[in-house]
Design a protein around this ligand. Sequence first.
Ligand code: ATP
Ligand code: MG
Length: 727
Amino acid sequence: MEYLKELNDPQRAAASHLEGPMMVIAGAGSGKTRVLTYRIAHLIDNGVDPFNILALTFTNKAAKEMKERIANMIGGHEARNIWMGTFHSIFARILRSEYDKIGYPSNFTIYDTQDSKSLLKTIIKEMGLDDKLYKTNIVYGRISSAKNNLISPQAYLKNVEIVSEDQSNARPKMGDIYLEYAKRCYRAGAMDFDDLLFITNVLLKKHPDVLLKYQEKFKYILVDEYQDTNYSQYLIVKRLAARYENLCVVGDDAQSIYAFRGANIQNILNFKRDYPDYKLYKLEQNYRSTQTIVDAANSIIDNNRDQIKKDVWTSNPEGDKIRVVRTYSDNEEGKFVANDIFESKNNLQASDNDFAILYRTNAQSRSMEEALRKLNIPYKIYGGLSFYQRKEIKDLLAYFRLAANPKDEEAFKRIVNYPKRGIGNTTIDKLTIGANNAGASLWNAACNPAEFGVQLSSGVFNKLQQFTLMMKSFASKLDNTKAFELADEIAKVSGIYKELYADKTPEGVARYENIQELLNGIQEFTDNESTDEKIVTLPDFLIDVALLTDADNESEEDKDKVTLMTIHSAKGLEFPYVYIVGLEENLFPSQLSISTRSELEEERRLFYVAVTRAEKKCTLSYATSRYRWGQLSQCEPSRFIEEIDSRFLDTSLTNQEKSPMHLGDDDFDFGGFNGGQKKKQPTYLDKYKNQSQKYSKKSSSTGTSAPSKPNFGVPKNLKKVSGTTKA
Ligand code: ATP
Ligand code: MG
């Protein structure tokens, strides 16, 4: 157990805790994730079967890295048997094997945000509601929030408080939409992301035998980033841990940044109530950052009233002050950052992946990207349109989905007339009405239109029949054809391949190549995951793909690049040099989050998370004007800058007449320095290639992840009622 020497005393105490509930609450960079990792190794070293360990992480990438680390520590192949991944991926896997208990097809579809919103749009239209009042984002957010608080549609409709809030917002039909949405998802054999947790709760509650099985299986449960679990996740963990109470949670209340998605800090406070005998471990030494960064971060979080007080210190060197940089526009801000990275790379002998640019909203990446490109600095960007969100990829995946689950309504609508086969919207509308009247799926109506009272011309009827026969033939091959073989057949027989091949525009060629890349990825997945006993089928691939996050999409080539991401997705990560850009009032803190103390405190925690990602140097920047929503607006520096104790700031770049980095375009002609060589910029293909990596290890078959979701506002009332309504 040499490895325990790599921990300080309190860390070691926590990592060698073997039985019973425990909690680590500690500031950023103090080694919480490290303790979790070492504790798993230690458990296995002490004879715990890896199959009995469940570890829940924030991304699947984090899970994968943790497994590798553990494998190195304990040697052998034991680590691969640990159940490790995000809540969504782990419980999707469990639901898939318990499908019969919950009345879903084994190949249930996982609707992504786009599918969910498209279905909501349809429902709002069908119900004849005003879509300006019932905006899909708002409706989706409200339903999501209800689910994460385990409020079923029936309970929603009966909850006086919620109903009156909807009424006062002039959206009295919200509950009816929720009910219809839930029915339609069920009829389509589909779950949205929140359902994966909601239905897991239902499963564990209604089936004591299933609960017992998983309680026995997961004798040891560990949760990282516990501060960001929502009520639904909290309850799953509570149920599973109830028998053995070997539960270890680690987190930092100061880094709770997902309240908009239902995360509830109450879960940390409840721990004491749920497990009165729990042991609390405190870690206070920060190993990540310089003294200046640690002290500055402490001075930021001091402004929050709601917090568990902590002493965080470090024995690292004092380091540079935090630079504050003022520029005149967002473009100039981009130029400053790119130029600074360019110079630092040379002066500090740093590599590209030592740098990260963090921002509040995705839209801010544009000016950064432009400037980085001009200097030929390679970068990777998280949260853009990922490979799997591209139209051609979604089209082909929809064929796979419909073959696996013919009830999948969104997939059906997407491809019934793509490539064009003469089945128009009128036909689909007729089928939808027929299906809705009978409470059946679109697919059923399409197979037997007459039975559902749908009159079609014989021409259309024949086309429809050709389509359903083709899909049935795919479906008949699902179970005993390797994923790649069937995928390839579908791409050809469906006509997608031909359709894209015919398009010789550069975009068309790129789309064709993307399809080929997808198939390559499936081939690798098939090869890597197949064993002598089991072939990998298309449904196996689908469930894996549905839960990928951006972070899981990183390729080998992406490794040495500057990282651009939102602060939300930077949680748990660290970089030597961090730039936090757009520190302006109404942008950060966000305009939408300054009307109450609790909202503002969440924004401040976000700022705390951002600053504590930095190891050596942190730079804050703001522009005095910026284009937002197509208009040039004047900006004030963020209040957060002022909140940092000025001893830790270097403000020499804020008070000059002319912005220090006011570079002309000529300044970007670095052709002379790098021989004019153009470095390859990341493409979607590059991103995707990384799949090969992901699939290259057996242990990564658990490797799927919580999908990123947009930042929608969460209705306040739904948070309040948490814990009062049962599933
Ligand atoms: P966050 O709150 O941001 O998630 P954390 O508390 O999980 O941070 P870790 O990521 O586990 O912190 O650790 C921060 C850094 O400090 C890592 O690079 C880790 O390897 C290093 N570290 C932690 N403890 C020690 C130690 N005892 N000796 C050397 N390095 C350490
Ligand atoms: Mg961590």
